[in-house]
Design a protein around this ligand. Sequence first.
Ligand code: ADP
Ligand code: MG
Length: 474
Amino acid sequence: MAVSWDAVLRDEEALREAAVVAVDAALLEGVLMRTEGCPNASDVVNYAPFTLLPSVVPSALFEQAYAVQQDFNLLVDAISQSKEFLEQTLASTIKVDDFTAQLFRIHMQVLEEGLAQSVFLGINRSDYMFDCGVDSTPALKQIEINTIAASFGGLTSRTVAVHGRVLKVLGKFQEASRLLPNNPSKGLALGIAKAWELYGSPSAVVMFLVEEIQRNIFDQRCVENELWNRNIRVIRKRFRDVFEKGSLDDAKRLYIDGQEVAVVYYREGYMPTNYDQQNWEARLLLERSRAVKCPDIATQLAGTKKVQQELSQPGTLERLLPGRAEAIARIRATFAGLYSLDVGEEGDRMVAAAIADPDRFVLKPQREGGGNNLYGEELRQVLEKIRDSPERTAYILMDKIKPRPAINYLLRAHSPLQASECISELGIFGVYVRQGKEMVMNKAAGHLLRTKAIEHTDGGVAAGVAVLDTPYLV
Ligand code: ADP
Ligand code: MG
């Protein structure tokens, strides 16, 4: 698929020169990250890793991914509103997975108390790879949908200019002019702004809930800036701040330091290590409040791997999206094979199949953030160990997607420049706002292309494996 860059890739000298320009362009455009050594201050920053060349993406699959995003928004929203569906689907998982169980407990507690929140804001990112496994025609297959803290919508809007510059330096002016503009952070901010407006208290703020370690702050600042430009005040707080200074009034309005919070935008809270006892208490306080949570805890649960697997079962989409046959067809076309490892005959059969042919599958626990999945020999060993234990229900099994590799150069600070065989993952950002029962916004907000060397089976940009990229449509 790298056909169009073949000539460029033969001139290593020119590529080396272009790489120098590329890095400076990235710094100028703001494709930035704080450094590992200095993760909580901006005195020292570096460029976020990115590809030297934009990667070739089939335009039909790119369009397909955009066309299905509003359907996925509706689906995630429907799941979040179905207590029964979440209860049934996660029943076996929460017996063995403590983290999911704790989220689920909060979900139930908030429902029992009665929801104080009436405006709902979803920001998600549906990720895909281009599968060439079945025949040689690539097909769009969903990897997962991220319903909490989906990142890089800010930095990715700035890679277009960088890749445009690189192509021009390499003499590809025509190609440079074909790169699509892309600004997910603007779309995300429009969703946050709408939710803030519907909350209806002009003096209330938007609170970004952020991590203790904030290397990726510039990505978040892009969204923040869009909000400030709309005259909306943004504050950044950690769970710890919420625990120490957060409170609810009689109407369950949320206050931090005396400021009313209209919207809580989570860029934290998706991993077990994000929580200690106090942080869980802070999470509960936020969930009980009237503030618009992005996402609320039900929507976070809608993004679990177990829910993804259940969606692939016959009849499930029909149950969640009644009367929407076309949306269902578009969604289903993106599904790879997904299998439950619940105790029973079907689970036994899949465990045996995966042990016999581990390279056909990926074994996934209920975790987010990259680096948790198991492949190949490791997958086989783990499954052999837990095959007769209920522990296996903490995982799902998925068909391994096999994209066709292409040559590119991955630019990373302090790393030598060398060609790698790479594969890419395309993400589409979705944004929606619901007030009571009425959808008032439902949009695709832009895209993210991430690329990694094929020797890495897993991991995103934050995990130091994938790098930012720009699609070049053919
Ligand atoms: P996480 O929530 O940790 O991001 P993902 O499901 O996105 O979990 O998996 C992490 C990475 O593992 C993906 O970015 C992709 O590179 C790889 N991966 C996940 N599922 C598959 C699959 N079915 N086939 C091939 N690679 C996969
Ligand atoms: Mg992922």
